[in-house]
Design a protein around this ligand. Structure first.
Ligand code: ADP
Ligand code: MG
Length: 763
């Protein structure tokens, strides 16, 4: 970083500090002067602070990105320079074939990692894992150690490979009791270690003492193994050279930015990540002027800063743009191997929060932080790639390639059809439930969009069933296989209302929420597809055994798959009410209630899916069911408490203050005008009555909210408790909110204590 730049930044920081101190001093004086009292709300102070926050860069790297790209990651290539050839080969074989690393190799790798980390200024190390909280967990340990009065840096193989965090303090769904709380985090060598904030971060998995998965990564890794095996068996029908198949993921991350001072003045944003009250702004996204608009300079400085930090971590961020809602943005890296993509996405979320602090910004990943404007998703672009470099979801130039493409495509169609409700349950969280089906996000019922070209291909294939003549059918099959174009003309004209859409060479799972760790949605998809691919191979084998020619057998199974699963295919407008009715007719189950959707984890079909593929054992599925319900209840409980608190301690006191102003005014008018005051003060008196009625309603609803929570909390069974929270607590919360939002419109703006939507949503 150049000296000039550092000096400029320092000066900017000092200016901001002086400004903030002056503003603070002014408000202190104002507090002492009763006439200015109404100007002293936290909101006004926050607004002044917010307007003093300016664009600035804090992490400036010189030279082209390629010069520092990946500098904070110890990839295999770099690792080579720190360990012997024997140890390097052991790592490679562990990655390729899952071979166990012996103690001496682990020690050597640990020592290499330590050397690299110390050279780059690290003082600590941590296992970094993904517990069932949708966030990451880390416990930093110092390298420094003492022996014989001497300090030295220590890090050996056993510390690299395994650590022992307390499993009972993480969601475990009853798998661990506190008295036997041991859990293990274990190094996952498939993801490289990296440096963040002077700490060597070691990507890890997290399991209980008895080996059950307590994170999202273990089932994800297992699902990838199952899917690879299944995909290799089907790919082998067309090409003998395929040995493994990997999932590629491109994760688009949507987010909101809010000024830090305004955020701090909103207890709901701070504690729930979303606003639980707030009247819509007169202008928000109606004019469609934000999407792809010019990026505000404060935001673009922030983006450049987090991008340069992400580049150092080897995250290949490629796109950035304004999203539909005001103050909503998106970034996306170039797709890569699924494990790396998810690790990087989790890292990116941490990084964005850290960098935002410097810019006096807060990043909001909640799926629906503001009512009435678009929410945020995390589109997962998913495809299958062979070790020979072929994208199995890309139609090709040759008939064989197209036959293979159709096999994989049909297997995905069947997978999504069979497990459509489970896939929706996998993205159903409290926060995402405010977004899905909101008329701007994918609906809460699964469907698969193919685009007109491919849809037509499948329609013809399905109709071929009616052709009795095998020869004619074969002819038609060949024609179809030959006619699939490599590039679909409707790629650009995409249907954005579908939760799961084909986009030319990949599927885009759009229903996933912005705050989620996408692994929990992706491993469900991986498992569903693996199951169908195994079934595909089984049926082709059966037909071949009965004497069918391979390509005819393949085409027959493709036809059978799409025919039995055609109800999942939908090309129309997913936002329309008619689609829900049509989906219902087709027997597609919509998620109408989150805890109800979780019941799918009890379905035999779900338990078998995970069990047969050895991804999750029945007790692990049951634990996840518990955790999902528990998380739902706890989050809703926090929201309900925050809402009650804001209503009683912020909204109602402000309303009462304004009532008193009106009362004084009416009294004064009466004194001066005598009986005429009734006519002349009609509007004030009406407002007074309205305010009183909303205050009464709000406080009695808050009381009802507390009582309903108490009733729900007495329910022992967590799934039943979650349902009462979902049905009853949520309904009352809506009523409380309505009163608060009405009061916001009635009360003097100067007296309103909380930053308003129009202030939160525009820089
Ligand atoms: P859009 O918003 O138009 O869908 P973006 O450019 O924001 O597109 O994001 C598309 C994402 O899809 C990127 O992360 C990109 O790398 C990824 N992607 C492209 N091709 C593939 C593929 N074959 N497999 C997986 N992801 C892909
Ligand atoms: Mg995008």
């Amino acid at each position: 970083m150049s000296i000039l730049y550092t000096v400029t930044n320092r000066v900017a920081n000092i200016t901001i500090f002086l400004k903030e101190t002056l503003i603070g001093f002014y408000y202190l004086c104002a507090r002492l002067d009763k006439s200015l009292f109404i100007m002293t709300t936290f909101r006004h102070r926050a607004l002044s602070l917010a307007s003093s926050h300016q664009a600035g860069r804090f992490f400036l790297e010189e030279g082209p990105v390629s010069k520092y790209f990946g500098q904070n990651v110890l990839d295999l290539e770099k690792m080579r320079g720190y360990i012997s050839q024997v140890a390097y080969e052991a790592v490679i074989s562990s990655l390729r074939y899952g071979a166990k690393l012996d103690r001496s190799v682990a020690d050597e790798i640990a020592s290499g990692m330590k050397e690299w980390a110390l050279e780059n200024g690290a003082t600590h190390y941590t296992h970094l894992f993904h517990p069932l909280t949708d966030s990451t967990a880390e416990k930093h340990e110092a390298f420094i150690s003492f022996k014989d009065g001497k300090a030295f840096e220590k890090f050996d193989g056993s510390t690299l490979v395994q650590q022992e965090p307390d499993a009972s303090s993480f969601p475990n769904g009853g798998l661990r009791n506190t008295f036997e709380a041991r859990g293990y985090s274990a190094w996952d060598p498939s993801s490289p270690v990296f440096l963040l904030d002077g700490t060597l971060c070691i990507p890890s998995v997290f399991v209980s003492y008895t080996g059950e998965a307590l994170d999202t990564k273990v089932p994800h890794l297992k699902s990838l193994r199952a899917l690879s095996e299944a995909a290799v068996s089907v790919a082998g029908l067309f090409d003998d050279n395929v040995n493994s198949v990997r999932v590629n993921l491109g994760i688009e991350q949507e987010y909101f930015l809010v000024d830090e001072a305004l955020y701090n003045a909103r207890p709901d944003l701070m504690l729930c990540g979303r606003t639980v009250i707030g009247h819509t702004s007169a202008k928000d996204q109606q004019l469609e002027d934000h999407y792809f608009g010019a990026i505000p300079s404060r935001v673009s400085s922030f983006m450049k800063d987090f991008e340069s930090e992400a580049y150092k971590l080897g995250i290949l961020l490629q796109t950035r743009h304004n999203e539909v809602a005001p103050n909503q943005f998106e970034c996306a890296p170039v797709f890569c191997d699924a494990v790396k993509a998810i690790d990087q996405n989790m890292m990116l979320m941490i990084l964005m929060q850290k960098v935002a602090e410097k810019h006096h910004l807060k990043v909001i990943f909640h799926e629906k932080p503001f009512d009435g404007v678009n929410g945020s998703g995390k589109h997962c672009n998913w495809s299958l790639m062979t070790d020979t470099g072929v994208n199995l979801l890309s139609p090709g130039k040759t008939p064989t390639k197209n036959l293979s493409f159709l096999s994989f495509y049909a297997s995905v169609v069947r997978a999504v059809y069979r497990h459509h409700y489970l896939m929706m349950a996998a993205v159903s969280t409290l926060s995402n439930s405010f977004r899905l089906g909101g008329g701007e996000a994918p609906p809460a019922v699964m469907s698969l969009f193919s685009g007109s070209t491919l849809f037509e291909v499948f329609r013809t294939i399905i109709n071929m069933d009616e052709m009795k003549e095998t020869a004619a059918r074969e002819q038609e099959s060949i024609k179809i296989v030959n006619s699939i174009p490599e590039i679909f003309p409707d790629n650009t004209d995409r249907n954005r209302t579908s939760p799961f859409a084909f986009t030319g060479n990949r599927f885009e799972f759009r229903a996933v929420g912005a705050s989620q760790n996408v692994a929990s949605a992706v491993y469900v998809l991986n498992c569903a597809v693996a199951e169908s691919l195994f079934e595909f191979k089984r049926r082709v084998d059966e037909l071949e055994a009965s004497g069918e020619d391979r390509s005819v057998a393949v085409m027959n199974v493709v036809r059978a798959f799409v025919t039995e699963s055609k109800d999942i295919m939908f090309e129309g407008n997913g936002y329309s009410i008619e689609w829900y009715q049509e989906a219902d007719r087709r027997g597609l189950r919509a998620v109408r209630d989150v805890p109800e959707a979780y019941e799918v984890y009890h379905d035999q079909m779900t338990v078998d899916l995970f069990g047969n593929l050895e991804v999750l054992a029945p007790n692990e599925v049951a634990a996840r069911f518990e955790i999902l319900n528990e998380t739902f209840v706890k989050k809703l409980q926090i929201e309900a408490r925050v809402l009650g608190d804001m209503c009683l301690n912020h909204v109602i006191p402000a309303a009462v203050r304004y009532q008193n102003v009106l009362i004084d005014n009416v009294k004064g008018m009466k004194e001066i005008l005598g009986n005429d005051y009734l006519d002349l003060c009609a509007s004030e008196i009406n407002t007074l009555k309205e305010i009183s009625s909303y205050i009464n309603d709000a406080s009695s609803y808050v009381e009802e909210l507390v009582e309903t929570r108490k009733k729900a909390n007495r329910i022992e069974n967590i799934a039943d408790r979650a349902k009462v929270y979902s049905h009853e607590v949520r309904t009352i919360m809506d009523k409380v909110r309505l009163c608060a939002d009405k009061l916001e419109m009635l009360i003097d703006d100067e007296m309103w204590p909380l930053p308003k939507y129009r202030e939160l949503l525009f820089f």
